[in-house]
Write a protein that binds this ligand. Sequence first.
Ligand SMILES: [Zn+2]
Length: 440
Amino acid sequence: MGSFRGQLALAAVVVSAAVGASAAWASPLRVLIKDSPNKTQSNRTRATINGIVIHDTEGRFIGSVRVLQRAWTRGSAHFVVSRRGQIVQLVPVTDVAWHAGNAWWNLHSIGIEHEGWVGRRAYTEKEYRASAQLVAYLAHRWSIPLDRGHVIGHAEVPNPYRPGFFGGASGHSDPGPYWKWAHYMQLVRYYAAHPVLPKFVKRMTVLPDAPVPHAQLVTRAVVPVRHVVRRSTVDRNATVHGKALWWSGVTAATQWRRHIWKVDFLVDGKTIYTDHTWPYSFHRTIGWDSSSVGNGRHMLAVRTYGAHHYRTRKSVPVRVANPPLRVRITGAVSGGAVDGLLNIGARTNEPVERLALYVDGKPVSRDASPPYRLLWDTRTAVEGAHTMLVYARGKHGTHRAALTVPVVVANAPTFPPALARNWLTRRGLGDMLGRFDPEQ
Ligand SMILES: [Zn+2]
């Protein structure tokens, strides 16, 4: 059902957009719509889809399409492109295909397989062009930026279990060193400027597989691109900070065998999130806010519920290391003189529940929303030395910070003899500038 809906939606867009299409293309791109059971029915939108992952089939076109259509493969891709430049769609773009070996990337990307091999110089110009036309169209349709941070190879997909490793969970290296990225991205940008609208068809003559070139020795290592955003991931003994991605570890195979219907996520023994949809991740793409607990060791756990009373509990010890809460103020400096109604601006490096100003240990002012302002009428205080303390409390109460600022209240036009030092008040500064005008 989901696939039918998705394809219809896609077809509708093509029809409405076709009016503005360039008529110069005699043989427009055609995409043969097929089906694969290897998908997660979803309702993805422009907001959900964020990238495109390039793969190779490691096999001939027709055979590969068939393999990806079999349930036991538990793998799929949205599209498969042949060396002859033909394209088959197996999963509607609105659904999740299982291709990246990384739940986050599966949820947020479109997977495109290319007939080819990591170790063979096999990609053809027809294949590059058909794929580039398709990608240019998809990028426009789903608002995907056309750069190498959003159009990446499977080899560049982060390994969800091993930070710093790539190629998804199983360390794939496709599309390999023979995939000409610069050439491909140039074509993609060309077709973005000269769009070719694909025609989605139910029937198409699939040409027999092109002859396959011999294997070559791979000598170059695949170097992952650097600008792929790395986020912390909840994993056994991992060090996490900020919002960390946290996947249940329930694979498609387990889901299928055990009929998992619920997954609880626990932090230090308390269930704080429950997910009912595969692949079961903590707040999906947002992740777990590690600043909700203090820095140090914490015991996270995942509890899985399946059919026939199937239950598992997996503990995931992690170390949380977030930067400490910091407060900065304007309007007063340590050791400086203050007078009149003091208006102190405060900034913090993370959202806080509230900020409070204490003078000599007594509360004077507080603010709960940015931009933070703290007020103190110094005219109510005796002349002389006082201690201001700005106190901040983090959103979850786990982070606190206190900033001590010694000041001298100097409201009287002349300092008391006890303070006969070179304190400079704002009023004093004004007087001084008035008396010694540098222009004169
Ligand atoms: Zn792949």
